[in-house]
Design a protein around this ligand. Sequence first.
Ligand code: ATP
Ligand code: MG
Length: 430
Amino acid sequence: MKEYLIQNAKTFTGETVTLKGWAYSVRKSGKIWFLLLRDGTGIMQIVITKTDADEASFDIKDVITQESSVIVTGLIKAEPRSPGGYEMLASKVELIAVAEEYPISKKEHGTDYLMDNRHLWLRSKRQHAIIRIRHTIIKAIRDFFDDRDFTLMDAPIFQKAATEGTATLFATDYFGEKAYLTQSGQLYGEAGAAAFGKIYTFGPTFRAEKSKTRRHLTEFWMVEPEMAFHDLDMDMDLAEDFVSYIVAQVLEHRRPELETIERDISKLEAIQKPFPRISYTEGVKILQENGVEFEWGNDFGAGDETIISSQFDKPVMVHRYPAAIKAFYMKRDPENDKQVMALDMLAPEGYGEIIGGSQREDDIDAMIKRIKAEGGSEEDYAWYLDLRRYGSFPHSGFGLGVERVVSWICGLKHIRETIPFPRTITRLNP
Ligand code: ATP
Ligand code: MG
């Protein structure tokens, strides 16, 4: 049987079709009642009159409640005054299940209450729009790399060693041995770059973030491209192409959703290449000029990132950070031993870091020195060091956090609404 979805109404205007969904709202007035039907793809007004519908269908108005499930059959016509631009004149309404009193009414609720009811909250217009934008962002991510000769190469989730420092590791028992949930697929991605040239890993990432912020989840999705024979400049070129592509795809395919959440679309339309590039040292100058007492060598905090990024109306790429605050695998700057060839991309409007990346250290001695300085051992990274033993090669990559990008593109106040079921220090349910 042919399936009719509200989002495709344009293609079946003038036809008599059957739609299946839930009662978003019901309005009655004498010989006519109106049902806003939600089918997961859109909302359509259903008009039920005594003349066009049978009596049993008409009488459903007396028992139907918000979120009751229904199947309706009728004629579709264009109606510019209706939500979505179409409506149905019903000939038959079938009540599948009457919903109990719905806990999420149209009145205002606090965020904690809504998060406790996240399984239901996802049905609401705003949450629905955000998750559909998320979907388009993820599709854009895959299309971007698939269209540019990258091979998808997923990394394991159970890992033996830390990639991003030990402070945020989630440990678990692995048949009597200690294992950690992945913080990054990067080390495996580097093995992939040597095998396939250009790869990307894409999967869930776990970090035991112990402080409450608007930017950190304990479980998030990260895409990590890794490219052989790419230096830091090529890495930045790719990052800029990538982010401008994602934004363009959202603008092309999710305008109604951006309107639903009342996003200022002009801000997104400004996201065109090229993006500004500044060094960490120039970033420090910006802070000092803005009255922040900031010493070269410290890491930028969220407030610092906001000040730097607010100088620009596009994402800004900050490169060449102090080695001491960056991971062991980043390549030393050949022109300044205190720096590494790192790059962070900071989103505008105060959204902070959306990308972290670097050119990787390809000198085995420099890398071993760095591992030891951080208290690690050669054995911990034995297979990883092999990549430097067997045909070491210049290579670069970066990680982009999906939820950070959703948060910025949707203009959200908090990262918790960017993922269907967020995990934070205080939330494991639902
Ligand atoms: P931050 O300084 O904001 O904690 P980070 O330097 O730890 O970020 P990276 O290790 O470079 O981040 O990770 C790459 C990307 O993954 C980040 O640019 C960001 O988009 C995303 N990311 C990192 N940690 C989180 C988190 N806890 N929740 C959501 N996204 C994250
Ligand atoms: Mg972090």
